[in-house]
Write a protein that binds this ligand. Sequence first.
Ligand SMILES: [Zn+2]
Ligand SMILES: [Zn+2]
Length: 344
Amino acid sequence: MRLFKPPSSAFRAEPVSPARRGFLATACACCAVWALDPSPALAQSPEVLRHIAAAREAAGSDLVSYFGLSQIAVPTPGQRSVSPDQLMRMPTPPPGRAFDNLYFVGNRWVSAWAITTSDGIILIDAMDNDDEAEHIIDAGMRKLGLDPKAIKMVIVTHGHGDHYGGVGYLKRQYNPQIVASTLDWTMMETNLEFDRPDWGRPPQRDVAVDDGAVLRLGDTAIDVLLTPGHTMGTISLLFNAKSGGSTHRVMLWGGTAFNFGRRPDRLTRINAYIDGTERAREIAARQNVEVFISNHNIYDQAVEKLEALGKGGPNPFVLGSATTVRALTVMNECAKATRVVWSS
Ligand SMILES: [Zn+2]
Ligand SMILES: [Zn+2]
């Protein structure tokens, strides 16, 4: 399955008026990959190719999903992606338990993760809309033996509708705290970057966090890492997953795609992304982050990993910290190649 398409499908990443939602609904969604057309000469520059080669080497054969980010700087002629709408229309995969305290509920397009604690459940992201929150998150949790009434906190990784769209349903049903970064609360209130008619409305500001915050529920602590770029308030999360008697450090990356190529602040964003991945790489090495997951299946392939997990053998979510570092290097080098193209 090819996941990336040529940049002829470029979209506009600007504040969205209602009149433009129809266009956006057919031409984009927030987290796949698009950009301006780089010129062929720039795409072939030695500096770009050096970064792409470094990304390819880091990706090896197991992290090619992240190497797809290179398509912004060096698009492959004729390559087409699966669109978000195609992914949304695919059959919903079964929910699954990745670790003793970490559960996947989602579809092929966007994921939510549930962390069980001694005092209730933390949900990370809320999918696209109320319907998905009810029929995929809520129903999926019940299927896994989890009680959605125990959801005490919903963390929104960034202010795009495919991550907050289902918050309204969850808030009405279970009244959890809703957490997002200060920057993205403001973005959602004042300058909504992405929207579609079939996504829920942004939630009301509730709990605002900044870099370095620690979110606690019962016996569980989640470290908040500001990883700007995808949005300027994107947060990534660090926490522990348990498996039998062992514990594995997890990093959930909050926003991966360079979907801001037509924004006037794109260089600010790509620089932030480069800095953020370098910082995260140091943290991953220092904290021995063995598990690197996403809120989009196209990157972490959680659905395929859950299928493999069900067949026995070692847990495929446990990558080892060297692989986490490589994934962040792929993202970082693709971002550097993109910066060269955008700076020229
Ligand atoms: Zn997004
Ligand atoms: Zn997204």
